[in-house]
Design a protein around this ligand. Structure first.
Ligand code: SF4
Length: 207
């Protein structure tokens, strides 16, 4: 990629990330996060990994390094980027549900303490609902179009289902098989916590 093209990619990613950071489409979900999660990695990726959300797995840096290393050794890709289907991780919170909370402001302070309880946030990460997925999907599709990878690995059946539908594949995803779309190879697989060398071997046979 030329220097000019790279600068343009960076500009477009920054512009998209600004819009994500100011996005309020999901209402109450965003009150219990400090900021939406953004993609990370090589800006000229051969392979882009998509996780459902920035959950307990992806927040563990060692697990993410292991996952990247698995893709490197098992599939042979060096330039990797990872991102999320939904940027604002929803949480289940008994406190929030038990009070009438009409505020529109963030309920987490800069130290990640809950402003209601004055203690560390005790919310439990849960799967995003379908409305959040649909609201956030356009950011993912934009990110894929900017970074233009050759391969896309989708972790988990929900991610696979929504992204494959966006590319016009409406049947139930066939895990570890390849779907081709305009030069892009889309690979649905198991979720990130279950992904192993076995999945890599199955994918490799289909590449
Ligand atoms: S999850 Fe996505 S669509 Fe919803 S508020 Fe966050 S950035 Fe916006």
């Amino acid at each position: 990629m030329s220097k000019r093209d790279r600068e343009q990619v960076i500009r477009r990613i920054i512009d998209m990330e600004d819009r994500i950071s100011n996005c309020q489409r999901c209402g109450t979900v965003i009150r219990c996060i400090r900021k939406p999660s953004l993609g990370k990695g090589d800006l000229e990726p051969e392979l882009l990994m998509v996780l459902e959300s920035d959950n307990q797995y992806s927040r563990d840096i060692n697990r993410m390094i292991e996952l990247r290393n698995l893709i490197k050794t098992g599939l042979g890709f060096e330039k990797i980027y990872h991102t999320y289907l939904v940027r604002c991780q929803p949480k289940a919170c008994p406190l929030y549900n038990s009070i009438n909370c009409y505020t529109h402001r963030k309920l987490l302070d800069k130290e990640y303490r809950c402003v209601l309880s004055q203690k560390a946030c005790e919310g439990i990460p849960i799967h995003p609902n379908n409305e959040s997925i649909i609201a956030c999907l356009s950011f993912l599709m934009e990110e894929i179009s900017i970074l233009n990878p050759k391969y896309l690995v989708l972790f988990g059946e929900r991610v696979a289902e929504y992204v494959l539908r966006a590319y016009g594949f409406f049947e139930k995803p066939d895990l570890n098989h390849c779907y081709r779309f305009n030069g892009l190879t889309v690979i649905p697989s198991v979720d990130e916590g279950s992904f192993s060398l076995l999945e890599c071997q199955q994918i490799k046979r289909n590449l």
